[in-house]
Ligand binder design. Structure first.
Ligand SMILES: N[C@H](CCC[C@H](N)C(=O)O)C(=O)O
Length: 288
């Protein structure tokens, strides 16, 4: 199986062109290739497939073999892959996903290859039941339909969470500014959120520090992959959550361990834009 390893703000995936040939067992292959010591090493695997609804279809798997419905860093790299490998000559590319068709604007570097991509990520989903949240466990405030800054006990400690879907579920938690976010023991807290009974489909959890109204620091524990250096859908969900909590403007830069992502929530059209890098690391072959 030929593959290309790529990363978007340090969120790395193994990309496979499946426009001509499908994989036999993609979930099993995703686990194998994601292994950092016995495989290639990645946060998961992304298949690029043909589509009758858009230019391409993106099928995404986390490192544990579970299928994700949308991947913001991954879809930017899909845009780079299809252009740089001449599967398309368009610089506006539509990619279908399990969370609908997304439109990509490809931005070329001096070498004529894709350097960064702006993605129309669509509307945020706020209604608790659609995130989804188990409202018997974690309910919106009286009169609200969204979970905004509500208490949730995780491993015996209470956190205020805000829940947003960008086609996949996110819980956003705010850290005090006196905490060094880089030293925050995410590996001890993330799993408790990921598999919490409040989230029937599990959840991606973002920990946010508000620097000012245009800059947010973020770390993330992803459903199915653990800590990643960046999460595109998570950055979008975090911007939306922070606006809803009155703590940032509609456009801000999310600073992650793997790099920066620019997010804009166009309130008039109720659509979120994600802009960030897309980088090819290497190509190779591996037994499926
Ligand atoms: N772990 C996520 C999928 C990958 C999302 C993330 N890597 C991104 O860039 O959006 C999920 O299971 O919903």
């Amino acid at each position: 199986m030929k593959f290309t390893k790529m990363q978007g703000a340090g969120n790395d995936y193994i990309y496979v062109d499946c426009t001509k040939k499908l994989l036999k067992n993609p979930s099993k292959t995703a686990i194998k290739v994601s292994e950092r010591h016995f495989g290639i090493g990645s946060d998961g695997m992304i298949l690029i497939k043909s589509s009758d609804k858009a230019d391409f279809f993106m099928e995404m798997y986390n490192a544990d073999g579970s299928q994700g419905k949308m991947c913001g860093n991954g879809i930017r790299c899909v845009g780079k892959y299809v252009y740089d490998n001449k599967l398309t000559d368009k610089t506006t590319v539509k990619v279908d996903t399990l969370s609908g068709v997304k439109t990509l604007e490809l931005k070329l570097g001096d070498d004529g290859k894709v350097e960064s991509v702006k993605v129309d990520m669509g509307a945020p989903i706020l209604e608790a039941e659609k995130v989804p949240v188990n409202t018997a466990v974690l309910k919106p405030a009286d009169g609200e339909t969204a979970v905004i800054n509500q208490p949730l006990v995780v491993d015996g400690k209470s956190y205020n969470v805000t829940c947003v879907s960008m086609g996949n579920p996110h819980a956003i938690v705010y850290l005090d500014n006196d905490i060094d976010i880089k030293k925050f023991e995410l590996e001890k807290i993330g799993p408790g959120f990921e598999k919490h009974e409040a989230f029937p489909e599990q959840v991606n959890t973002e920990f946010i520090q508000v620097v000012d109204r245009k800059n947010l620091n973020m770390r993330v524990w992803e459903r199915g992959s653990g800590e990643t250096l960046a999460c595109g859908t998570g950055a979008c969900a975090s911007l939306v959550a922070t606006v809803l909590n009155g703590m940032c403007d509609d456009e801000a830069t999310l600073h992650l361990l793997g790099g920066d992502l620019k997010i804009n929530w166009d309130r008039e059209n109720n659509t979120v834009y994600l802009e960030g890098p897309a980088v090819t690391i290497c190509t190779g072959e591996i037994d499926e």
